[in-house]
Design a protein around this ligand. Structure first.
Ligand SMILES: [Zn+2]
Length: 195
């Protein structure tokens, strides 16, 4: 409800050319999200299966990063022995906001009431806790049942982000119609690896 009511602008920035196609969308909010309300809108925690089973299942299926690192060094996010996405993140009892950074979302430990799930990684069953959750909007996840990473952005760094993606260029398809009886469509091969 919060996003629907207050979002006033939307820019689909790009379809990324690596891996699965996806969109980067930037939305402006009519009212500022105050730091004490971030947890209402963006979560980086595994929902309680007893309270929100549907959301729990969607998060478990779509919003768990990796696992990577020592649990799986062959994960595609690994470079020079480190996760380029900076997982696993630190556990935090409360969300923390900086002046010019993405916030550090609340990621409670299991001792502090956080939940965990069991995942199979390389034939081992491991406990995955909130350190591995990609931030999400419960509303959007329940609506679309998909991987949707949502980040709170209140920084001038957003300008750099916008410029980076609008300048990557768009994918293109060229086609021609030779006659009404014999339709010929020529589609160039799109190289998803070039950026
Ligand atoms: Zn990783």
């Amino acid at each position: 409800m919060y996003l629907e009511r207050r979002a006033v602008g939307c820019i689909p920035l790009n379809c990324k050319k690596r891996g699965l196609p996806h969109a980067h969308i930037l939305r402006w909010m009519m009212e500022k999200i105050t730091p004490n309300r971030i947890d209402e809108i963006i979560s980086a925690e595994i929902p309680d299966i007893e309270i929100e089973k549907d959301l729990h299942d969607i998060v478990s299926k779509n919003m768990i990063h990796g696992p990577c690192g020592s649990l799986n060094n062959n994960s595609p996010c690994m470079s020079d022995g480190k996760c380029i996405k900076r997982y696993p993140r630190d556990l935090l009892a409360e969300a923390i906001t900086g002046n010019d950074e993405y916030p550090f979302y609340r990621r409670r430990s299991t001792e502090d009431g956080g939940k965990s799930i069991k995942l199979k990684v390389l034939n081992n069953t491991i406990d995955v806790d909130n350190r591995w959750v990609v931030p999400y909007s419960p509303l959007l996840l329940k609506t679309y049942n998909a991987h949707i990473n949502v980040e709170y952005c209140n920084s001038v760094k957003a300008i750099k982000y916008i410029c980076k993606y609008v300048n990557k260029g768009s994918d293109m398809a060229v086609f021609g119609v030779e006659n009404t009886m014999h339709l010929t469509i020529k589609l160039p091969k799109i190289n998803w690896d070039t950026t």
